[in-house]
Design a protein around this ligand. Structure first.
Ligand code: PGA
Ligand code: ZN
Length: 390
């Protein structure tokens, strides 16, 4: 049996140039694995705490040295000697150490980095692909399949400095084909969209998730531009700044091929969510991101109260892999459509690609088919698909 011997934790940079946590776990028999954590911009009020230093002299208070100190001084002594194959025991140790509801003592950035690195290390010890090990942790046996990408090709809201109020305008391939073909389709549309924007003298600079951020202010115009670039379905992330009038959404859905609406309402407007679900269930995916925050308890409440019919899965909203897997099991049992998602501040870690295949998520959100930290998620999925076809 391998045992955890050492954890090296360090500050690295995310795609926005903000510090984030990376760890490397080592065993007594010289095996090692790494993981790093992403960071959101429009974080929900129910998310686990991302611990940032208050020291304004370093990175304007965005440093994560405290989270790293917590790994060195608190987490390492508690997990040293543990078998990396005991994921639940490791995650429970983290919860017992922290003791708070939102991981405000250790920081969810500290706990998640250790949790994910442990999982990757265990898959290496077992000599199986990460996605396969994740499926084993879930206790499932279904055949593996690739998720459909939701390409965020126009950015607005807090992810861009234009006037679009909706945060994400996503192109979703329509044909039931391979992941490889869906990537080709999405990428061709992305490139055509750039030409269309240029032809209309619109800005082709990109936002945080690699989508274009043209200087327009009309959300419908953004949808039209995408549809001009290709025959695709549309998914939107409103990030809670939306309209609570049912008729507004009815009109939008009647005009455009919208298959999903994420966070149309604020994360505390449960009643509004219930009404929307009552009206639109069966017609469109009502995707709960900030309202559930990958929190098993909140999802259980949502299911009971008939809120949403699809969920965003972001491990850093909750802070351990085991709690993320618990959330996934609850979502699957209730037949909620699962969408594994990146954050707007990303790293080169592709854990979410394996997570999406391991849990059989129907969709993945990893931004535009552009920028290294976005395409690495899609590229990992291309490799997995090819491996599965061998
Ligand atoms: P965030 O945005 O990572 O900035 O929270 C992504 C989302 O809202 O889905
Ligand atoms: Zn969202």
């Amino acid at each position: 049996m391998s045992k955890v011997k050492k954890i090296f934790a360090r500050e690295i940079l995310d795609s926005r140039g903000n510090p984030t946590v990376e760890v490397e776990i080592l065993t007594d028999d010289e095996q090692s694995a790494f993981a790093s954590v992403p960071s959101g911009q429009t974080t929900g009020s129910k998310e686990a705490v991302e611990l940032r230093d208050t020291d304004a002299d370093r990175y304007d208070g965005m440093g994560v040295l405290k989270a790293i100190e917590n790994i060195d001084k608190q987490i390492l002594p508690a997990v040293v000697g543990l078998d990396p194959l005991s994921q639940q025991e490791l995650d429970q140790t983290l919860l017992d150490l922290d003791k708070t509801e939102h991981k405000s003592v250790l920081g969810a950035n500290a706990t998640l980095a250790v949790s994910l690195a442990c999982c990757r290390l265990a898959s290496q010890i077992k000599k199986i692909p990460l996605y396969q090990y994740i499926q084993q942790l879930l206790g499932w046996e279904q055949p593996f399949s690739s998720p459909t990408p939701m390409f965020n090709i126009i950015n607005g809201g807090q992810h861009a400095d234009n006037k679009l109020s909706f945060q994400e305008f996503m192109a979703v391939p329509t044909k039931p084909t391979t992941f490889k073909e869906k990537v080709r389709e999405g990428t061709e549309i992305y490139h055509r969209l750039k030409k269309i924007l240029l032809s209309q003298a619109l800005n082709t600079a990109v936002g945080d998730e690699g989508g274009f951020s043209p200087n327009i202010s009309d959300n419908e115009e953004a949808i039209k531009l995408i549809l001009q670039a290709g025959k695709v379905n549309i998914a939107l992330d409103i990030a809670g700044v939306g309209n609570d009038e049912i008729s507004f959404w009815q009109k939008l859905m009647a005009q455009y091929p919208i298959i999903g609406i994420e966070d149309p309402l604020r994360d505390d407007d449960w009643q509004g969510w219930q009404e929307m679900t009552k009206t639109f269930d069966g017609k469109v995916l009502l995707i709960g991101d900030d309202i559930f925050a990958t929190n098993p308890q909140l999802l259980q409440q949502g299911i009971k109260e008939k809120v949403a019919n699809a969920v965003i899965i972001k491990p850093n909203q909750i802070g351990t892999l085991s709690e993320t897997l618990k959330f996934i099991k609850i979502a699957k049992d209730a037949n909620y459509v699962m969408i594994v998602s990146h954050r707007s501040g990303e790293t080169e870690d592709t854990f979410i690609s394996d997570l999406a295949v391991g849990c059989g998520a129907k969709y993945i959100k990893a931004g535009a088919p552009a920028r290294g930290e976005r395409v690495n998620k899609y590229n990992r999925l291309l490799r997995i698909e090819e491996e599965l076809q061998r």
